[in-house]
Write a protein that binds this ligand. Sequence first.
Ligand code: PEP
Length: 260
Amino acid sequence: MEKHRKYIIAGNWKMNKTAGESVELAEGVVKEVGDQTVVEAVLCPPFTSLDSVATVVEDSPVKLGGQNMHPAASGAYTGEVSAEMLRFFYASYVILGHSERREYFKESDAFINEKVLAAFANNLKPILCVGESLEERESGSTLQVVETQTRGGLANVTNEDAESLVVAYEPVWAIGTGKTATPEMAQEVHAAIRGILTDLFGSEIAQKIRIQYGGSMKGSNAKELLSQTDIDGGLIGGASLDAKSFAEIINAARELEEAE
Ligand code: PEP
């Protein structure tokens, strides 16, 4: 089976690690990744660690990302950071619309869409997170929820920009709970997302867009998830806080890629 899409494994450190602790973790990841570029590895530390992690990953293939950003270029938005501020540290990616932002900070699809457009305008690749709650899955509305979030988050995105987009399907009930969607459950939603992307941007571009799975992915379940046709990587929370656990997921992707 040939996917033609490079696996992308991104670590979302959330609100963990001081700038000092981040150096040690980033150094561990850089060492584990070595000079391999078969799988794209991305670290998304807290804002306060971007500077120190940027220095560690500078001469390595490991890329840097933010966990969030504000759509405005600058101004009176206490506590927020802009795309330009992320780019200053050579961040390549930014996670947008994570379920924790949607739930605890009441971010709407319209606001997330503003961020997506601002990210592209500043040469940052968005990792747009979508996913249903347990209640929504149990009521049978998973595909509808994911479609609304995907279309809402991607309004007015051009075909040209869409090629560098990453979408992360993260069922909320699987995040940090140890519960993982079965590979079949995840594949069903990933295929539906690719269908929406095809409708929005055409088949050629939709085939290039990477769709990550997120939700308790770890070394022991990574391979079966990543081997699904439309699963092109992982957005990793808990398991990204340890260099060896994170590397196990990268290595699973690498083995699949090399077996193709
Ligand atoms: C996440 O929050 O993006 C995530 C996938 O977390 P975890 O791996 O801990 O479930």
